[in-house]
Ligand binder design. Structure first.
Ligand SMILES: NC(=O)c1ccc[n+]([C@@H]2O[C@H](COP(=O)([O-])OP(=O)(O)OC[C@H]3O[C@@H](n4cnc5c(N)ncnc54)[C@H](O)[C@@H]3O)[C@@H](O)[C@H]2O)c1
Length: 373
C-alpha cells in the first residue's frame, strides 16, 4: 500500500493532535514510502465537522460517522470520540474492512474490548491503541535499556499520573465525569496510561489491589443550569504484582494541586534504576550498578535516542506531545503498509482493560484480584 487515506471520527483535542501529526509526517519521515491523506472527518454536528475539515486540512467532511466508514476512499479510521462510542464505531469499521487507530481507554468494559478485538481479527485489519506516552523517546530508550538485560531483574515499578484540573469543585461537569460516557473516571482516563507504561516496561501484570475515591460528588452542570452527580472515580491507588516477579504501585489523580501532567515512573532493578517524568520528557535519569554511588545521571534525549534523528539536530531542543503523536501515526501507517500490527494493538488493549476491571473489583471488594491473560 503506497498511501493511507484517513477518515477521522471526532474533532476535539485528539482530532487536532492526530491531524496535525499526519500533516507533519512528511517533513520528519521524508523517506517513508507511504503517503498519508486526510480524506474526511465527522464530529458531533455537521457544522463542527465542516469547521474541523477546514481547520485541520481534510479534503471533505461527513454529517455522520457512519458515512465516514461507508466511503470506499477511506482506508483507515481514527476513533477520537468519548469512550462510550469506541465499541460501536470499531465494530462497524472492522465490518467495513477499515484499519483502526483507536484512542484510549479502549472500551467501557472487558467484554466490549474483546468483541472489538475479535471483530478486527475476523476482518484481518490492523489495529492500534493510542497509549501514545510509551512513544516518548525517553520512554522508548528506557524500555530498550530494560529489555537489553543491562539492569538485570526488575524489582519494583512506581508509576504516577497526577493532574489538578478537577481540584476546584467549581469546575463544571463534562463527559469525562459521567459513567455512561466515560466508563470510569481517573481509572480509564489516566491510570490506563500508567498501566501501559508498566506493561510496556515490565510485562504482564498478574495481580492487583486497589483503592478508588470520588472526592467531589456533584458539580455544576455543563450548561450552568443546576448541579449534576459525579458517578466516576477521582483518584486511584494500587499495588501490582508482575509475572516476572517484580512488584509495583500506581497513584493516579486529577486532584493533586500543582501537578499538571506529572506522568512518570521509577523502575528499580538488580543493576540500577531509571526515572522518567513527562513534565521533563526530554530527560531520562539513570543510576547504574548496585549502589548507584554517583546517584543519578541525567541523560538529555536527542538524535542518538529512539526516533531522535527524525526530529531536531541536537539534544536538548526537545520533543513534545506533537512529536510523540507523529511517531504513533508513523508506526500505525507502517503497520497498515506492512500488514503487521504495531503495539499496543487491540490485544494489548484488552489486557489493559482487564487490569482496569480487576482494579475496580478490587476497590469494590477490598481484595486482591488476579488479572486473567
Ligand atoms: N491519548 C491521549 O493522550 C488522549 C488525550 C486526550 C483524550 N484521549 C482520548 O481521546 C478520545 C477523545 O477525547 P478528546 O479529548 O479528543 O475529546 P473532546 O471532547 O475534545 O472531543 C470529542 C469529539 O467527539 C465529537 N463527537 C461527539 N459525538 C460524536 C458523534 N456521535 N459522532 C462523531 N463525533 C462525535 C465531538 O464533536 C468532539 O469533536 C477519548 O477516548 C479520550 O479518552 C486520549
Amino acid at each position: 500500500m503506497t498511501r493511507v487515506r484517513f477518515g477521522f471520527i471526532g474533532a476535539g483535542f485528539m482530532g487536532k493532535a492526530h491531524s496535525q501529526a499526519c500533516r507533519a509526517l512528511k517533513a520528519c519521515f521524508p523517506d517513508f514510502p507511504v503517503q498519508v491523506e486526510l480524506t474526511t472527518i465527522a464530529a458531533a454536528s455537521a457544522a463542527t465537522a465542516e469547521a474541523a475539515a477546514e481547520r485541520f486540512g481534510f479534503a471533505s467532511f461527513e454529517r455522520d460517522w457512519r458515512d465516514v466508514i461507508a466511503r470506499d476512499d477511506v482506508d483507515a479510521v481514527s476513533v477520537l470520540v468519548a469512550n462510550r462510542f469506541h465499541h460501536e464505531i470499531v465494530l462497524a469499521a472492522a465490518a467495513a474492512g477499515k484499519h483502526i487507530l483507536c484512542e484510549k481507554p479502549m472500551a467501557m468494559s472487558v467484554v466490549e474490548a474483546e468483541e472489538m478485538t475479535a471483530a478486527a481479527e475476523r476482518a484481518d485489519v490492523r489495529t492500534m491503541l493510542c497509549f501514545n506516552y510509551r512513544r516518548t523517546p525517553a520512554v522508548l530508550y528506557a524500555q530498550e535499556l530494560l529489555a537489553s538485560g543491562a539492569f538485570g531483574q526488575p524489582y519494583a515499578f512506581r508509576g504516577v499520573y497526577l493532574q489538578d484540573w478537577l481540584a476546584d469543585p467549581g469546575i463544571a461537569s463534562n463527559w469525562r465525569l459521567r459513567q455512561d460516557l466515560a466508563g470510569s473516571g481517573t481509572l480509564g482516563d489516566i491510570t490506563s496510561h500508567v498501566i501501559d507504561f508498566a506493561q510496556f516496561l515490565l510485562g504482564d501484570i498478574e495481580r492487583v489491589n486497589g483503592l478508588m475515591r470520588t472526592w467531589v460528588g456533584e458539580r455544576p452542570a455543563p450548561d450552568g443550569d443546576g448541579r449534576v452527580k459525579v458517578d466516576v472515580d477521582d483518584e486511584v491507588m494500587c499495588l501490582l504484582e508482575f509475572a516476572n516477579g517484580a512488584i509495583g504501585s500506581i497513584q493516579a489523580t486529577r486532584f493533586a494541586p500543582g501537578r499538571k501532567n506529572f506522568l512518570g515512573f521509577e523502575v528499580n532493578c538488580e543493576g540500577g534504576s531509571l526515572i522518567f517524568d513527562y513534565e521533563r520528557m526530554n530527560e531520562l535519569w539513570i543510576s547504574r550498578g548496585h549502589a548507584g554511588t554517583q546517584g543519578f545521571e541525567r541523560v538529555v534525549i536527542g538524535p542518538d535516542h529512539p526516533y531522535g534523528k527524525r526530529f531536531w539536530p541536537i539534544p536538548g531542543i526537545g520533543v513534545g506531545f506533537h512529536e510523540i503523536k507523529m511517531i504513533e501515526i508513523h508506526d500505525f501507517v507502517r503497520s497498515v503498509a506492512t500488514g503487521e500490527n504495531a503495539r499496543p494493538d487491540f490485544a494489548d488493549g484488552v489486557q489493559n482493560q482487564r487490569v482496569l476491571h480487576a482494579l475496580e473489583v478490587s476497590a469494590a471488594t477490598g481484595s486482591w484480584q488476579r488479572v486473567p491473560s
